[in-house]
Design a protein around this ligand. Structure first.
Ligand SMILES: C[S@@+](CC[C@H](N)C(=O)[O-])C[C@H]1O[C@@H](n2cnc3c(N)ncnc32)[C@H](O)[C@@H]1O
Length: 280
């Protein structure tokens, strides 16, 4: 599946920093909050998705542990879901806990163009990208790859972080240079919803909605730690234990605290829905 139509070497995307990789078991336990956003987004766009009619062939791009893929299978008009991720560990969890006869999980790097399946040779009716673009090495490139996989008239529905959580920023200087935290060009924009809207238009989409939301996650201490540990490569194996403890303390201290001791994480998310009008 991970072939490159444009003749570029896949190596381009595997040079330099490691792609941030998530710990699948921690993701499945602690990434409930982003999943709720995905569920809300699908519920809000229920009419648009059902209006695509039957059979509706879907790509869940960066499916992770498969929770959104499973949710997509509940739409009556959805006949097939290709759920792609570049992490074999994530896919193994997805196949165990979110299996469905309509879902096909496959290991694919969405940083490069991939061959469309025969059933969607003109493009998918719906492409979903939940909580994934900002993790890609080249998010705009990833967006272009997704855009190309939507058929004309089809939909792209997704959300991405629009700023690094404050806690990550706090620990960034403490981490080795080899560690890559989520990043995206729109993180630094004053109005990322404008730049994302323009990016979508530039790749052939009519913007149905593109909004910036202030997001707050409330964590127990265990969940806050789990969220950190989800970033599996965050601590190089050579790091001394005291240094790790120092980073973990800095991370926990950077959260706001509620009187009952729970941790509040603030960030911004970009939510986007577009319909493809032309190939660019
Ligand atoms: C935060 S998880 C989100 C998973 C799922 N969409 C959800 O909402 O629960 C981000 C996922 O993006 C995947 N990912 C990052 N870069 C990718 C790439 N270049 N190609 C495919 N998947 C990628 C990661 O492996 C990870 O599973």
């Amino acid at each position: 599946m991970a072939t490159n139509e444009s003749g570029e070497s896949n190596d381009v995307y595997n040079k330099g920093f490691d792609q941030p990789r998530m710990n699948a078991a921690e993701h499945s336990r602690y990434a409930r909050h982003p999943r709720k956003i995905a569920f809300r987004l699908l519920a809000q766009n229920y009419n648009l998705v059902t209006a695509l009619g039957y059979p509706c062939i879907v790509l869940d791009a960066g499916c992770g542990t498969g929770d959104s893929s499973k949710l997509l299978s509940y739409f009556a008009n959805v006949s097939e879901i290709l759920a792609l991720d570049e992490s074999a560990e994530m896919l193994a969890v997805a196949e165990t806990f979110n299996n469905d006869e309509r879902i096909v999980y496959d290991l694919t790097d969405l940083g490069t163009y991939f061959r469309l399946p025969e059933s969607a040779s003109d493009g998918f009716d719906l492409v979903c990208s939940f909580d994934t673009l900002h993790w890609m090495k080249e998010p705009l490139r990833g967006l272009a790859v997704l855009a190309r996989s939507v058929r004309i008239g089809g939909l792209l529905i997704g959300f991405a972080l629009a700023s690094t959580p404050k806690s990550y920023e706090r620990i960034r200087p403490l981490l080795s240079e080899k560690v890559m935290l989520p990043n995206a060009p729109w993180f630094t924009d004053d109005e990322p919803e404008q730049s994302m809207g323009e990016a979508l238009e530039n790749i052939g989409f009519e913007v149905i909605s593109c909004n910036l939301e202030e997001d707050r996650m409330i964590y127990t201490k265990e969940e806050a730690m789990g969220a950190l540990m989800m970033l599996k490569n965050i601590f190089p194996s050579s790091m001394a234990e005291e240094e790790m403890t120092r980073i973990i303390d800095a991370y926990l201290n950077s959260f706001d605290r509620l009187p009952n001791g729970t941790y509040v994480e603030r960030t911004r998310i970009l939510i986007f829905v577009g319909r493809k009008v032309c190939n660019v």
